[in-house]
Design a protein around this ligand. Structure first.
Ligand code: DGP
Length: 122
C-alpha cells in the first residue's frame, strides 16, 4: 500500500485543514478528534508520512519513533489525565476500522472507559 498524500491528516499537517491543536513538536502533532468518543479524545500523529504501525515501525528512524512516543507522553501530561488514567489506542487496517491512513494514536480519557473493545467502536 502506498501512502495517500491526500488523506485528511496529511492535509492537517500541511495546514490545508484546521485542527484544534493541543501540542506540536518536531516529531508529532496532537489535536482533538472531530468525533469524540470520550470527554477527552485527542489524536497524536507523527509528522512523517506513515500509514500505520507496521509502516511506522519499519521505516521511521529511531529518533522519530522516540520523539513520537515522547510526544504521546507530553500530550497526556498537558491534558492533565495522567493521575486519573487514560487509554491509548491505534487502529491498523480494515479489521481495526482504521479510517484515516496516516498512523495515529487515540488518547481517550475523562470518564471510566470500560472494556477496551466495547467502549470504543464496533
Ligand atoms: P481511525 O478509525 O482510528 O482511523 O480514526 C480516525 C479518527 O479521525 C476518527 O476518530 C475521526 C477523526 N477525524 C476524521 N477526520 C477528522 C478531521 O478532519 N479532523 C479531526 N480533528 N479529526 C478527524
Amino acid at each position: 500500500m502506498v501512502y495517500d498524500k491526500q488523506n485528511i491528516f496529511a492535509k492537517i499537517l500541511r495546514g490545508e485543514i484546521p485542527c484544534d491543536k493541543i501540542y506540536e513538536d518536531e516529531y508529532a502533532l496532537a489535536f482533538r478528534d472531530i468525533n469524540p468518543q470520550a470527554p477527552v479524545h485527542v489524536l497524536v500523529i507523527p509528522k512523517g508520512s506513515y500509514i500505520d504501525i507496521n509502516d511506522f515501525s519499519a521505516k521511521a528512524s529511531d529518533v522519530e519513533i522516540a520523539g513520537y512516543t515522547r510526544a504521546v507522553g507530553q500530550v497526556a501530561g498537558k491534558l492533565g489525565i495522567v493521575d486519573q488514567g487514560f487509554r491509548t489506542l491505534a487502529n491498523n487496517g480494515p479489521d481495526a476500522h482504521q479510517e484515516v491512513p496516516h498512523y495515529h494514536t487515540h488518547i481517550l480519557a475523562g470518564r471510566r472507559l470500560g472494556q477496551i473493545i466495547k467502549s470504543f467502536r464496533e
